[in-house]
Design a protein around this ligand. Structure first.
Ligand code: G3P
Length: 219
């Protein structure tokens, strides 16, 4: 399983990369807007250089021709760019054209196994079920992740499932057990995965105990 960061914040990405466990990044228009920088090309190129792996950048066009033009332009920004395209009728049509041209696509705003199946058949490299947003409206988001993993596996479809809209550490454990190829996590969840109060208590005790004899040791 691979771990991506779901953020457009450069400092968070720097820190995630330092940790050595992050192999990609996903952005979306909301995340980029949150950073207050409207120059998507500059932001995405900088992230690509930092992370050295797949970086998803989303189109905002909604019609087929517009999506095609925008996706082709975004795809030229950097070798690591993956173009994010929403799962709409125009989106799926554009994905099927772009995939044949060799453009790597992450199909976003995916909320059902059927949408995910269509994305894979259209040739998306990645499909991102938004599990947190499904949970928000009373559906079982993780079930969509599980269904897609099973369907792609059954038919040997090369599309990879990106567990997205991850909200807390238990989402991560479930996505990992289910076999999601990738999970994209907010920086806060990455920190939550790392931390455990017993680690802090245990370390404090080790250091305190060691101090008692280390001070007395003859060097
Ligand atoms: O990668 C998808 C993600 O950005 C959506 O997350 O928390 O806005 O549902 P959220």
């Amino acid at each position: 399983m691979r771990l991506w960061l779901d953020t457009a914040n450069i400092e968070e990405i720097r820190q995630g990369v330092r940790l050595g466990v992050i192999s990609g990044v996903t952005t979306n228009p909301s995340l980029v807007a949150k950073e207050g920088d409207g120059n998507l090309q500059r932001v995405v190129t900088e992230i690509c250089e930092l992370v050295g792996g797949p970086v998803s950048a989303e189109v905002v066009a909604t019609e087929v021709e517009g999506i095609l033009a925008e996706a082709r332009r975004i795809a030229r920004w950097h070798q690591h760019v993956v173009v994010k395209i929403p799962c709409t009728e125009a989106g799926v049509q554009a994905i099927s054209i772009l995939a044949k041209e060799g453009v790597r696509i992450n199909m976003t705003l995916t909320f059902s196994p059927n949408q995910g199946l269509l994305g894979a058949l259209a040739g998306a490299t990645y499909v991102s079920p938004f599990l947190g947003r499904l949970d928000d409206v009373g559906h079982d988001g993780m079930q969509v992740v599980a269904d897609l993993v099973e369907i792609y596996d059954k038919y040997h479809l090369p599309t990879q499932v990106v567990a997205a809209s991850v909200r807390h550490p238990l989402h991560m454990v479930a996505a990992a057990k289910i076999g999601a190829h990738i999970a994209t996590v907010p920086y806060k969840v990455l920190q939550q995965m790392l931390q455990h109060p017993l680690t802090d208590v245990g370390l404090a005790r080790f250091l305190k105990d060691w101090q008692q004899v280390a001070g007395a040791a003859v060097l």
